[in-house]
Design a protein around this ligand. Sequence first.
Ligand SMILES: C[S@@+](CC[C@H](N)C(=O)[O-])C[C@H]1O[C@@H](n2cnc3c(N)ncnc32)[C@H](O)[C@@H]1O
Length: 333
Amino acid sequence: MNAPPLGKGIVDATLKCPWDADAACHWPRVTHSLRRHNEKQLASRACSSFAHKKSLSLEALQLQMRKYQAKMHPSTLQLREGMASKAELESWLQVAETFAGEAHTVCEIGLNGGDSAAAWLCSFPRASYVSFDLARFNVTTDAADFLSTAFPGRFTLVRGSTLATLPQYARAHPRSCDIMIVDGGHSLEVGYSDLSYMRMLARDPTRHVVVMDDVRCAAWWCHSPTIAWSYLVQEGVIREEGCLNDACCSGWCWGRYDLTAPQPAASGICGPPGIEHHRNTSTFMRRFVPHCRARAKRKFPNSSSIRIAREGAGHDDRSSLPGEVDVVNKQVT
Ligand SMILES: C[S@@+](CC[C@H](N)C(=O)[O-])C[C@H]1O[C@@H](n2cnc3c(N)ncnc32)[C@H](O)[C@@H]1O
């Protein structure tokens, strides 16, 4: 594992593999004391917010953001989606500081209530931050307003499903990011597409890092991101540098893209296109495909076969559970 700041409080834990009950999975897990340490570190990170004209702690800035969100939409403040835990977020920041150093641009999928965005903007005070989100909740649009004011000229929100927006953005701004975080939709379709297109954004072949959330944990929301991540690692598109697991319910991995590898093909109805024909498909992939097809069949009982969906059809994946087939544009024969 190549993560110097995290070296001490890590234990090797055995968890049940989400995709294969017979397999024993040994995943490095953070200990309670490291979690506490990370939480304290995060809270004390300093923010120099131009708009506030003074340095304040990240915690204080996040509190101000919550107050703003509550004032703008008192009835809808509740976060409807999850957010990275404090210990996890601190781990992402440490990994990024180690791998990408002085970053020019941080690109993150998943803004939600703006907590991770605030942490990136504070921790990389000279960097621009580009966020991709469906922005369907008031907390998200209010977070975007707050962050644009607090960090003038540094915050951008690209609204809409990344199935449509990310390929477009990547073609218009290739090689424009140093730190890439994937924490958006949790279906295989979206996870695979996000991770694949983020590669086009990596600026420097070695000084960049990609972090993916909800990978290698036992909870159901980690299933599809884990498959997407593992597939691209197996394909040589990503060189995994480390993974950590925080009890049952959260896990994250980080690594670098191999920019000499071919750009992965666009995603299909069951995730990576042609996955079922792939020679190197691992056991869990082979197990996943029949499951995926069975679900597709239930959605389209009258179709005899299911074709791969078009790239970038653009949809909102809020209703799909991880591992469920994303029916993008119902191309069935
Ligand atoms: C887990 S939350 C992000 C949390 C945030 N990174 C944090 O730690 O504070 C996931 C976000 O992804 C967004 N999302 C889900 N599916 C998406 C898609 N297909 N395209 C863009 N954003 C999506 C949701 O709107 C939600 O705000």
